[in-house]
Design a protein around this ligand. Structure first.
Ligand code: NCD
Length: 637
């Protein structure tokens, strides 16, 4: 039998969501028809819940069905070490539909793969909470009419809040705009922003912060919209131009709703929960600007909403919670209607990559089910052959996190090579034929019996003396322009940019007898994106970007997309006074209108060539050098 699981908001099309809303408008009929008569729903909650579980159970009973429930999984066989896969298999023989909440990202999908009945995700880790999104959209529609063109401000813990992640994808699909207003360190993850860009062509712009002063926060608001304006072209030779760019940020937006969320303390590392948190209170309510702005919250709230909001007509979160029952009645009816074996899944069909070899790539998210309980999940990834920096990225099918991989192989001929964008078509072809292999390291590839493809002869275009001179030249220029060492922050793009940033900082130290602060930005990671390298003092307060003069450092600039990603991370984490770009090598071919302020050497090159900076820190015994070579890919080898 085929049925429909509701694991992600992507499991429902816009039309289907509208259908569910229509059903939710006529719950008296659903009740009269007893659409769940004779059916049993099982609820398995591995995490606390009030609204989601009780409204699901109430919905099922109102439809004439019955419920078996395990509200505290510690009293189940889970406590004896039963896997989620086994629990799902067993319980699905006791019930006709399973509603599950779990603390691991992707756990509900893994359970769905082992269950014999439809599975509904009631929240999985920090990943998604699609049925909350249905309640949120239903509430917004009731209050504001059409979703298209609305501007919704999402507020608070955007990093760990699963309701936020499902909601932003849905808002994007319905053509609404999103403004992010994150607590410091809890910004919307880069993988979510990239997905909004990739799948819905959303772009980012900073919002003039005066607009949102009534809601206290240290980080900048960002505007995500399917249209311009854009934050590109921020780099110019002149700081004043950067300043005027920042001055033309989006202002005068009409805010239709604020969606506040609680700090997800249980999902944070200890000691990372500090800092101020946005709040909505009297100040907000007094502002003419927000006179028609409704305030929503998935609840539970802690102290981010003050009591005045409860009494105000704009505070609609209790109504939003009450809609939980009709919306979930409608969803259950929708799911039962699709248990006849004819239903097709709504999701876009992705050609998943599964490693033909043992090991294979590993999801970078430590809370992903493929990491926490690998035996319950079969690793599958979407292959994104043109990520930022033209990198090859894999998106985990369970938790959505994406990470970079560099080595690919052809399983039939047992050859491997470093991925390059010129191999994108070949890669797609191998994927289609199930002949694609991906490795974590050369060692892994060779142990599996793969041999390298060839590359053309390498030509050294810069030796260690020239590289040293290049770094000195960059440092001198930076020292000339940025005399205020307290303001200066040298930020390298991981990993070679970080080493160059440290070398530049050492040069500056020698010159000025004081070391500037050095940090690094990780654009492919899914954890901490910006961190301090020096001074290397674990006790120090987190790095502050506000009002700093940032020198962003990378080894080679090519398309400019890497820098663009780093830039979006920086602007999500605080507003510096200016950002300038320093690169050892500029090889042209820009896709994004960026112009470095400081360049060690211009090296015109063709798109078929690779320019590699080899640094002692990475290559260990080798001397510093920059080499260029052409790629003799699988097609010519
Ligand atoms: C949310 C959840 O569990 O993700 N609650 C809910 O389902 N309404 C929000 C939260 O816990 O903060």
């Amino acid at each position: 039998m085929i049925w429909r699981n509701i694991i992600s908001i992507a499991d429902l099309t816009n039309d289907e969501i509208e259908q569910i809303f229509e059903l939710a408008d006529s719950t008296h009929q659903l009740r009269a028809d007893k659409v769940a008569a004779g059916r049993i729903m099982a609820t398995l909650f591995y995490e606390p819940s009030t609204r989601t579980r009780l409204s699901f159970e109430s919905a099922m009973q109102r439809l004439g069905g019955s419920v078996v429930s395990c509200s505290d999984m510690k009293s189940s066989s889970t406590a004896k070490g039963e896997t989620v896969a086994d629990t799902a298999k067993v319980v699905s023989s006791y019930a006709d539909v399973l509603v599950v909440r779990h603390h691991w990202d992707g756990a509900v999908q893994a359970m769905a793969e082992h269950a014999d009945v439809p599975m509904i995700n009631a929240g999985d880790g920090s990943h998604e909470h699609p049925t909350q999104t249905l309640c949120d959209l239903y509430t917004l529609k009731k209050e504001k009419g059409d979703l298209k063109g609305l501007t919704v401000v999402i507020c608070g813990d955007l990093k760990n809040g699963r309701t936020i992640h499902s909601l932003v994808y849905a808002l994007a699909r319905f053509g609404a705009n999103v403004v992010t207003l994150a607590a410091n360190g809890m910004e919307l993850p880069q993988y979510v922003i990239e997905r909004l860009q990739r799948e819905y062509q959303y772009s980012l712009a900073p919002v003039a912060s005066d607009d949102l002063r009534a809601v206290v926060t240290e980080t900048d608001a960002l505007y995500l919209t399917p249209k311009q304006p854009h934050q590109l072209a921020l780099f110019t030779q002149m700081d004043s131009a950067v300043q005027s760019q920042l001055a033309t940020m989006v202002s005068g937006l009409r805010y239709d709703a604020f969606y506040m969320t609680r700090k997800q303390k249980e999902r944070m590392k200890e000691g990372t929960t500090g800092g101020s948190y946005p709040t909505i209170g009297a100040d907000f309510l007094r502002k003419q600007r927000f006179k028609d702005t409704v305030v929503m919250h998935p609840l539970p709230r802690v102290d981010e909403l003050s009591p005045e909001v409860d009494k105000d007509r704009r505070g609609i979160y209790f109504k939003q919670a009450a809609y939980g029952v009709p919306v979930r009645m409608a969803l259950l009816k929708f799911v039962f209607d699709r248990m006849d074996g004819k239903a097709k899944p709504a999701k876009k069909t992705v050609q998943w990559f599964q490693s033909p070899d043992p090991f294979g790539p590993q999801c970078s998210n430590a809370n992903c089910i493929t990491v926490t309980e690998p035996g319950s999940a079969t690793k599958k990834f979407e292959v994104l052959s043109n990520g930022p920096g033209a990198a090859l990225l894999l998106r985990c099918s369970y938790c959505d996190h994406r990470f970079k991989v560099q080595l690919i192989g052809h399983a039939k001929s047992k050859r491997y090579c470093a991925y390059d964008i010129s191999l994108a078509d070949t890669l797609k072809d191998w994927l289609k034929k199930h002949e694609l292999a991906i490795f974590n390291s050369i060692k892994e590839a060779e142990e599996l019996g793969y041999e390298p493809y060839k590359s053309g002869p390498q030509r050294t275009i810069m030796d260690d003396v020239e590289i040293l001179a290049g770094v000195r030249e960059l440092s001198q220029q930076i020292a000339r322009d940025c005399s205020d060492l307290d303001r200066l922050l040298i930020l390298g793009i991981r990993s070679k940019g970080s080493y160059l940033a440290q070398r530049i900082a050492a040069e500056l130290e020698e010159r000025q007898k004081r070391k500037p602060e050095v940090g690094e930005v990780e654009i492919y990671g899914s954890g901490e994106e910006i961190r301090r390298i020096a001074p290397a003092d674990a006790e120090m307060a987190p790095m502050v970007l506000k009002d700093r003069t940032i020198i962003l450092v990378d080894d080679v600039i090519y398309t400019g997309r890497t820098v663009n990603s780093a830039l979006s991370i920086i602007f999500r984490s605080g507003r510096p006074q200016s950002v300038r770009l320093a690169v050892l090598i500029d090889r042209g071919h820009r896709e994004v209108p960026l112009k470095p302020n400081y360049v060690g050497k211009h090296i015109p090159s063709s798109e078929r060539e690779r320019v590699r900076v080899k640094l002692r820190e990475v290559e260990h015994d080798e001397e510093d050098k920059v080499v260029i070579y052409s790629i003799i890919g699988p097609t010519e080898a």
